[in-house]
Write a protein that binds this ligand. Structure first.
Ligand code: PMP
Length: 450
């Protein structure tokens, strides 16, 4: 292990993000919802390589599909056509509503969002892009410009000056100051009203209108929104927010883009795509992560009319949708069907949300439990009244404690105070119980120490 740490320090830039700073985790093997480190210690994986392993690590069906395709054909680029490409695109199209049937395959979510941005600008002739506070849409220079949170990007003007990014409420400049207490978490709280009349929606739609009035009167190319924010910490919008936002954007000539990189492929449980939970149909959908169960693949999907803005033959990428990626992605869709993955996501996710809410009521340091299906966030706070974020030291302490007891989870949120639970969607209720007991213990330990 020491040798591995020396190798890591020698070969990998230390500026690259790793989790578990105290002692990096050296993962050696995985199967379904389980990971093993180099010493043979087993961990329940509740973060799935950042919400990516959808049907399970080394899922037998996916492994068999890779093996079969590896013996046949690896690569041609898309200057030739190969059966796995069309087989896959047809299969994926069957999960998509009309008229969204034109598919471009990419290598990642960032590339998909870059492409969507370009397409929206070409199609509308406009330039401005609107994103939401707490959003994350990628790590390429352009998509970095879409993030509202300074922590997700380098301080270069708007991510190499490529995007004019605005955020409807607090975010006005390229990396303007945000205050944690202003975080969209408040949105969830205020909109948990059951009366159907949601003050939060009026407030946030009002802010969106104001942004249009002051910043983007008529030049909007696109609005990007995740159906439930991922990196932002399972942030959900008030009821009807996306519906009204789409209307406002379209009235001004812009396209609506749903970033389904985290929410797609059944993760939210009730629907295959996150946008379906909002009663909207986007103009462009971008996807990655769960599409390939960990194999590098992404996609954008749009209409014939919008795709026509690309003209003929300019767009090209060498690896996007190569034969192996297509065979993998096709088997992922089959596994989702055969394993009942979406329903499992709903069942186990709902169970987790219910049980976590009990822990929220028990512990002063849990401010909120939210999400849908297996896209869950737990907000850690100093106390329920102030809802100030729990200190990073305290958050990290609990996070490492949970790992030491055998469970891996994620972190997110504007202040890094949201625990994220986005596991491979094959986890069981017993796994959920295993985690809940460990989480309870780590919270108890923290409260005792405090
Ligand atoms: N969109 C969202 C919502 C994401 O969460 C991410 C990655 N965390 C991306 C886009 C970028 O995807 P990739 O890392 O595959 O480029």
């Amino acid at each position: 292990e020491r040798m591995m740490e020396i190798r890591r320090q020698n070969c990998n830039p230390m500026t690259m993000k790793i989790t578990y700073y105290k002692k990096p985790l050296f993962i050696h093997q995985g199967y379904m919802q389980w990971l093993w480190d180099v010493d043979g210690r087993r961990y329940l994986d509740l973060f799935a390589g950042v919400a990516t392993v959808s049907v399970g690590h080394c899922h037998p069906k996916v492994t068999a599909a890779i093996e079969q395709q590896l013996k046949r054909l690896w690569h041609t680029t898309n200057i030739y056509v190969y059966p796995p490409l069309h087989e896959y695109c047809e299969k994926l199209a069957s999960y998509l509503p009309d008229p969204l049937k034109v598919i471009y395959l990419t290598n990642s979510g960032s590339e998909a969002n870059d492409l969507a941005m370009l397409m929206a600008r070409l199609h509308t002739g406009n330039y401005d892009i609107l994103t939401l506070r707490g959003s994350y849409h990628g790590g390429s220079p352009q998509t970095m410009g879409l993030a509202s949170n300074a922590a997700y990007k380098y301080p270069i003007a708007n991510g190499l000056g490529c995007t004019n990014t605005m955020c409807p409420d607090v975010f006005r400049g390229p990396w303007g100051g945000r205050h944690c207490r202003d975080s969209p978490v408040q949105t969830i709280r205020e909109c948990s009203c059951s009366q159907g009349h949601c003050m939060a929606n009026e407030k946030y739609i009002g802010q969106l209108k104001e942004t249009f009035a002051t910043s983007v009167p008529n030049r909007i190319a696109a609005f990007f929104g995740e159906p439930i924010q991922g990196v932002g910490g399972a942030v959900q919008y008030p009821k009807n927010y996306l519906k009204e936002a789409y209307k406002l954007v379209r009235e001004r000539g812009g396209l609506c883009i749903a970033d389904e990189v985290q929410t797609g492929f059944g993760r939210t449980g009730s629907h295959f795509w996150g946008f379906q939970g909002h009663g909207v149909i986007p103009d462009i959908i971008t996807m990655a992560k769960g599409i390939g169960n960990g194999f590098p693949l992404g996609a954008i999907v749009t209409t014939q009319e919008i795709a026509a803005s690309f003209g003929k033959g300019v767009h090209f990428n060498t690896f996007g949708g190569n034969p192996v990626a297509c065979a993998v992605a096709s088997s992922v869709l089959d596994a989702i069907q055969e394993d009942g993955t979406q329903k499992n996501s709903l069942d186990v996710g709902t169970y987790l949300l219910t049980e976590l809410a009990k822990l929220r009521d028990k512990y002063e340091i849990i401010g909120d439990v939210r999400g849908k299906g297996l896209q869950i966030g737990v907000e850690m706070v100093k106390d329920k009244v102030s809802r100030e974020p729990l200190s990073q030291d305290a958050v990290n302490g609990i996070f490492e404690d949970i790992k030491d007891m055998g469970v891996l989870i994620g972190k997110g949120g504007i202040c890094g105070q949201i625990f994220r639970i986005q596991p491979p969607m094959c986890i069981t209720k017993e796994d959920a119980d295993f985690f809940l007991a460990i989480f309870n213990k780590s919270l108890y330990n923290y409260m005792e120490r405090r």
